[in-house]
Ligand binder design. Sequence first.
Ligand SMILES: NC(=O)c1ccc[n+]([C@@H]2O[C@H](COP(=O)([O-])OP(=O)(O)OC[C@H]3O[C@@H](n4cnc5c(N)ncnc54)[C@H](OP(=O)(O)O)[C@@H]3O)[C@@H](O)[C@H]2O)c1
Length: 328
Amino acid sequence: MKAIAYTQYGPPDVLHLQEFAKPTPKDNEILIKIYATTVTSADWRVLNLDVPFGFGLISRLVFGVSKPRQPILGTELAGEVESIGKNVRNFKVGDRVFALTGIRMGCHAEYQCMPEDGAVALKPPNLTYDEAAALSFGGTTALDFFRRANLQPGEKVLVNGASGAVGSAAVQLAKHFGADVTAVCSTANLELVRALGAARAIDYTTEDFTKNGETYDIIVDTVGTAMFSRSKNSLKEKGRLLLVLAGLPDILQGLWVSVTGNKKVIAGPADERAEDLRFLASLAEAGAFKPTIDRCYPFEQIAEAYRYVGTGRKKGNVAIGLEHHYKT
Ligand SMILES: NC(=O)c1ccc[n+]([C@@H]2O[C@H](COP(=O)([O-])OP(=O)(O)OC[C@H]3O[C@@H](n4cnc5c(N)ncnc54)[C@H](OP(=O)(O)O)[C@@H]3O)[C@@H](O)[C@H]2O)c1
């Protein structure tokens, strides 16, 4: 099979098309023919080892010390089940599915195997493959943080970085759970975040949300600019600060604050659960959640997609299409 590989950390120029053996599903696995994948902020970070302050060493231990251990990036996919292992009961050949491989990666390829009890679910019929591929990374991250924060209907939620993959999912999910949502983004994205469900949109180029006197039950920071020292006066009593992106010092300070104060800081990697994929699919099918797609690139132009993702300014998600491979 064809895949986009890299053998050294670096800029998108290190990516190249390479032939790999087509994977064979184990007894409990399904083999998925991939029609669409995405380039996420996580792919960009692992390509460059551009990780938050304090995580350099652990990232090298996880992803490979001097060179990448896993040569194929890509955390999300959508496609069709081509074959199944002999013990698989929940999927059949021909099922249309989407999946999240997380740090196992490997989705920038024509095929991928998933355990049937892994983070894989049936694709909502009303979503395109590009949209389905982009359902899980931002969606499961936002869901997991809201679950850990015990988000309640009627609470006031502020999302900093509301136009990115995680932010655009967080705005939609918070609204779905009955929260009153304020979104922080740049001027160009104000309309987008309002359309996603934000009752108010703050343009960070003209207004500092930490200085306008408003307070929130939950602040979600997907940018790394709303750490506790800056956000604490914008949090209500018993407020929760969700650090989706943070360096080690801010996480440690958050732990200390959570133990000693009446406000809570929640950080760390989000969980990847099959039931969250099924929940997101059910919301998508009901029209209550839709991944925002900024751009779509063909598989062969994935390096261009990485360059765009690396600007840190994408709106929602960047999809990569492979479906044309099978139409010829
Ligand atoms: N903890 C976890 O498990 C976990 C999971 C997923 C992702 N992450 C991390 O979370 C971060 C966000 O991920 P993502 O995929 O959503 O990234 P993304 O799609 O690249 O979005 C980043 C967003 O940040 C906005 N932004 C940039 N500067 C800003 C500022 N000063 N104030 C407010 N917004 C600003 C940009 O919007 P504008 O163009 O409007 O500025 C952009 O839309 C990444 O660093 C990723 O590594 C963590």
